[in-house]
Design a protein. Structure first.
Length: 429
């Protein structure tokens, strides 16, 4: 198959790598050079909808897989479908209803009776402030629009909640994404991420995973796009995964279909496990979780053709045989993924970019390790340097989480660049 993967982060790198290993012809728009072995770069940005569409019209890939949420919310999948090009990724409307608007997503959850916390939506600052002042803490304040995973604040005090509101609605740190906010009840308990490959109606659940969202050890510091992940998520039972499918993913898919927006793509659920084992939904995303997908796909059995699976979804007919093969699709090992970030991440100072990265080859040579590229480039074709907040994802698999942790941190120890920032407690909660 000729496959175009849209995006340039570690999520897209592992998708490309998986397809390359299966013998497919893989191109990425725009992708990255050199670490993305076997992948040809198409010099079109992921958010350039006409650019990607024109390339696809001219080159007729058998499948397009869209990585990030922004081009989906902006209608890339719709444009490709109009051109009869199979695409794994939801329509603009399905992307908006699931992720692009936290307010709409919560309303749909309520309509579908998907378990989620009580919430209110505000477009008026004073009304939102009054809500914060009259409700108990902890309380959650979220920018309703897309904010690269950084617009949700779990606030332990009212002062923190008012500060979060100020960031979103007054200082506009997330731009228009903060025009509307969702204020919701805090749910206690460990988090779990679930991802489902969907054909508009049915789905195949991927194994559970769990990420670490704050910048520093001990869940300190700012929310980030994710600092690391493991799969499977500790403490998640097969019964919980069934519950996630039957009570959360399938009812939400049915509600989207009812709203005229059938969801084709990866539906991501950020869930909490209540003390009684009941799952509560914090949020949905309309694409593979990053960094979770790195841990999950490291566990995909090498014989499983992920591209065929995604193509069936793109064509609206996921074969039920996958479900019966479920246990053979995944390696029993544990996988872990540690993000190496630029100094100061998630804040950005371009002065911290361009630092020379060493040791990737050495890390790769450790059995069980694979390194994925989220934000580096070759300078003058010889030296690799960092170019963004998240730089590399170091992954490892092992028979237990402890062994996988040992291996991944041995690999992390091989790599260095000035100001390199990472958490030392990925996989520990
Ligand atoms: N790791 C959370 C996300 O992908 O949104």
């Amino acid at each position: 198959m000729k496959i175009l993967v849209v995006g340039s982060g570690a999520r897209e790198h592992i998708l490309c790598d998986t397809f390359v290993k299966l013998g497919h012809q893989v191109l990425a728009a725009p992708g990255r050079e050199s670490l993305w072995q076997g992948v040809d770069s198409v010099s079109v940005q992921a958010i350039d909808i006409p650019g990607v569409t024109n390339w696809a019209k001219a080159n007729r890939p058998n499948l397009v897989v869209v990585g990030p949420e922004n081009p989906l919310v902006d209608g890339l999948a719709d444009r490709l479908r109009q051109e009869k090009i199979p695409v794994f990724g939801p329509s603009a409307r399905a992307a908006f209803l699931s992720e692009g608007s936290k307010a709409e997503s919560k309303s749909l959850m309520r309509a579908a009776k998907v378990p989620t916390s009580a919430f209110r939506v505000y477009s008026d600052y004073d009304a939102a402030k009054a809500c914060i002042m009259s409700n108990p803490v902890p309380i959650v304040v979220k920018a309703s629009g897309l904010a690269a995973g950084k617009g949700a604040y779990v606030c332990k005090t009212r002062e923190e909640a008012l500060e979060a509101l100020d960031q979103a609605m007054v200082k506009k740190v997330y731009g228009k994404a903060g025009d509307q906010v969702v204020i919701e009840q805090f749910v206690a308990g460990p988090e779990v991420s679930v991802m489902a490959i969907c054909d508009g109606e049915t789905c195949l659940m991927l194994p559970s995973s769990r990420d670490h969202k704050q910048a520093f050890d001990g869940n300190q510091g700012k929310m980030t796009g994710g600092m690391g992940a493991v799969s499977p998520a500790p403490g998640v039972t097969p019964e919980m995964m069934e519950q996630a499918k039957d009570r959360i993913i399938l009812p939400f898919l049915a509600e989207l279909k009812k709203a005229g927006a059938p969801f084709v793509g990866c539906l991501y659920g950020g869930l909490k496990i209540s003390p009684s084992g009941l799952l509560m939904t914090l949020e949905f995303n309309c694409r593979f979780g990053d960094p979770e997908v790195l841990a999950v796909l490291r566990r995909l059995a090498p014989s499983v053709d992920l591209a065929q699976l995604l193509l069936q979804c793109a064509n609206g007919r996921l074969d039920p045989i996958w479900e019966t093969r479920q246990s053979g699709l995944w390696l029993p090992e544990c996988a872990i993924d540690v993000v190496l970030a630029t100094k100061g991440y998630p804040d950005q100072d371009k002065a911290d970019y361009g630092k020379v990265i060493s040791g990737i080859g050495e890390a790769h040579r450790i059995p069980g390790v694979a390194v994925f590229d989220a934000g580096s480039k070759l300078a003058e074709n010889t030296t690799r340097v960092n170019t963004s907040g998240r730089v590399l994802n170091v992954t490892a698999i092992g028979p237990t989480l402890e062994k996988a942790r040992e291996t991944v941190y041995r690999a992390v120890g091989c790599i260095n660049f000035q100001g390199m920032q990472f958490r030392t407690d990925i996989g520990l909660w």
